[in-house]
Design a protein around this ligand. Structure first.
Ligand SMILES: C[S@@+](CC[C@H](N)C(=O)[O-])C[C@H]1O[C@@H](n2cnc3c(N)ncnc32)[C@H](O)[C@@H]1O
Length: 273
């Protein structure tokens, strides 16, 4: 069987100045479905932690227990460590590591969390099996993954809409699943989890015009970044003239008074029993 790839050329990647978009994520919002299961004294692992804002919140919840955040990208881990210093949280450690080959013994963690990461993987069942392996018996796993079939967008510029369809093409080209949110229960069951509670929620990206402007800026950065433009042009996922129009569409996206964007997420709490 082919080993699941962690080759950077086959991953959706995010430019380092785009990471602030993820830094705005917190356990109170993005792990709301899971946080009642995260108790003081637990050991917890956050897989694909990105810049670490959710991980640090989870560390505060398990204190004096220990939290570990792992991410395959060194740039993300460096950001996470800077945030840890700024927030002065000592019971969390950030390490570079691959979720497809978790560097931990079997039965290590009381709780594990994964947010917005396994939807990009070619073999999600392998990743969930790896998570199950390092979870203690009766340990709890919280997974929240996007589903682009539920993305809501009201925008005047058709090229801003087109941007997300090209992003979906890029995800698929790299082996990811844009409709992962609705399918994760099936993957969890295949990985051996049998006791599962599902839910779903939305993140509104544009609650106020001020937030819409901020998100518009992140989109402008992402859709111009080498991490997006490089693979899109290499794999002919759209014409270069369309790409230019997509990029221009985010220049004043956040100034549109009628803008609305919301991301759909599938959630699951699964126990190793
Ligand atoms: C969309 S970001 C989400 C970050 C964070 N969980 C959040 O929701 O804010 C996905 C993260 O998964 C990481 N990642 C991708 N493949 C990985 C792998 N094989 N092992 C560990 N992390 C991985 C990426 O580097 C990136 O930081």
């Amino acid at each position: 069987m082919k080993e699941p790839t962690s080759d950077p050329s086959e991953r959706v990647r995010f430019a380092s100045d785009f990471l602030d978009f993820f830094s705005d994520r917190h356990a109170s919002t993005h792990a709301a479905f899971f946080k009642d299961h995260v108790k003081s004294g637990m050991s917890i692992l956050d897989c694909g932690c990105g810049p670490g804002s959710i991980t640090i919140d989870l560390a505060e919840l398990v204190s004096p227990g220990q939290a570990i955040g792992i991410d395959i990208e060194n740039a993300q881990i460096e950001r996470a460590r800077m945030l840890q210093d700024a927030r002065k949280v000592s019971n969390v450690e950030f390490r570079v590591g691959d979720l497809n080959h978790l560097p931990f013994n079997d039965n290590t963690f009381d709780a594990i969390f994964a947010h917005g990461v396994i939807e990009y993987f070619r073999d999600p069942v392998h990743a969930f099996s790896e998570i199950r392996r390092v979870l203690k018996s009766n340990g709890v796993f919280g997974a929240r993954h996007g589903d682009w079939g539920g993305f809501l967008l009201a925008t005047k510029d058709p090229y801003a809409k087109k941007a997300f369809s090209v992003f979906i093409r890029l995800m698929k080209r790299n082996g990811g699943n844009p409709y992962f949110g609705r399918n994760q229960v099936s993957f969890l069951r295949k990985a051996g989890f049998s006791r599962i509670i599902s839910s779903a929620s939305y993140d509104c990206w544009t609650p106020t015009l001020e937030t819409a402007r901020k998100v518009g800026h992140f989109m402008k950065v992402y859709f111009r970044s080498e991490e997006f433009v490089g693979p899109v042009l290499r794999h002919n996922l759209t014409e270069s003239t369309t790409l230019e129009k997509i990029q221009l569409s985010f220049d004043d996206w956040g100034e549109d008074q009628d803008i609305f964007a919301a991301e759909a997420w599938g959630e699951a709490i699964a126990w190793k029993s």
